[in-house]
Design a protein around this ligand. Structure first.
Ligand SMILES: C[S@@+](CC[C@H](N)C(=O)[O-])C[C@H]1O[C@@H](n2cnc3c(N)ncnc32)[C@H](O)[C@@H]1O
Length: 243
């Protein structure tokens, strides 16, 4: 009798947690049009970063940070300070302003620089996150070597792009539809390039050419639909080895 009861209780718990999880997801609107606002994707990307990197608190860098779209929700989720590193001074200034409005100015910092030549000491960084940027670097191999150089032994990096694995399906589908529509209107060469730089093959080549001693690639690319680890998109993750 006992095992049946235990099984029934477990079933109730699983069902309750499932409905609770579903309740957290924003409900899809009834009629989705090209103007329907989509849920903010950065919080979902941050969830994945924390889930897959489980970073140690410490010195965290958001590489190619832009306006701190990842850095700010990352601080909000963890309270750990984050330093943005990007060549775009204007974008980072905007990020600093946003952080000030949110009273996070003591936790967000900015360094002007590029991935290929980071103004940071060797073995100093506990976490490098980099979303939506590697595709635009001049030299991805040099950039990845730099990320490896600045990481502390045991430090983690998560580099790529995507919506986050928990991003609501309806919104992911609509996001993809809009992106494809834009790409189809564009020059076909641009679309080819877009797909190529976001492919697992290209990511693997960059990581191998950078001689990263260990790495994992998840996701099928910028236009992929399903990947429990990556959501829409593609990610490269690695950990700096201890000597
Ligand atoms: C599409 S934005 C991504 C911004 C933000 N991380 C996000 O997820 O929305 C790309 C960013 O990469 C930066 N970037 C371009 N070349 C770079 C390089 N060589 N090293 C570091 N960042 C670079 C750009 O200045 C820009 O802020």
């Amino acid at each position: 009798m006992k095992p049946i009861l235990t099984g029934a209780v477990a079933l109730v718990v699983v069902a309750a947690s499932w409905s609770c999880l579903r309740a957290q997801q924003p409900k899809p609107p009834k009629n989705i049009t090209a103007d329907t606002p989509l849920p903010d994707r950065y919080a979902y990307a941050v969830k994945d970063i924390l889930k897959y990197c489980q970073p140690k608190k410490g010195f965290w860098i958001d590489l190619g940070a832009g306006k701190g779209q990842v850095a700010i929700p990352l601080i909000e989720a963890t309270s750990n300070p984050v330093t943005m590193l990007d060549p775009d001074v204007e974008a980072m200034s905007k990020g600093l302003e946003i952080a000030r409005e949110k009273k996070l100015e003591h936790r967000l910092f900015a360094v002007v620089g590029v991935a290929e030549d980071m103004p940071l000491p060797d073995n100093s960084v506990d976490l490098v996150v980099c979303r939506g940027s590697i595709f635009f670097w001049d030299d991805q191999v040099k950039g990845l070597q730099e990320v490896y150089r600045v990481l502390r032994p045991g430090g983690k990096a998560m580099i790529g792009g995507g919506l986050g694995s928990g991003y609501p399906r309806w919104a992911a589908k609509e996001f993809l539809r809009r992106r494809l529509e834009r790409l189809d209107e564009d020059d076909p060469e641009k679309k080819k390039h877009f797909v190529k730089v976001r492919s697992p093959e290209t990511f693997r080549r960059w990581a191998e050419d950078a001689k990263l001693p260990n790495f994992e690639i998840s996701g099928k690319g910028g236009l992929s639909v399903e990947d429990p680890k990556a959501g829409l998109g593609i990610w490269l993750r690695f950990t700096k080895q201890h000597k």
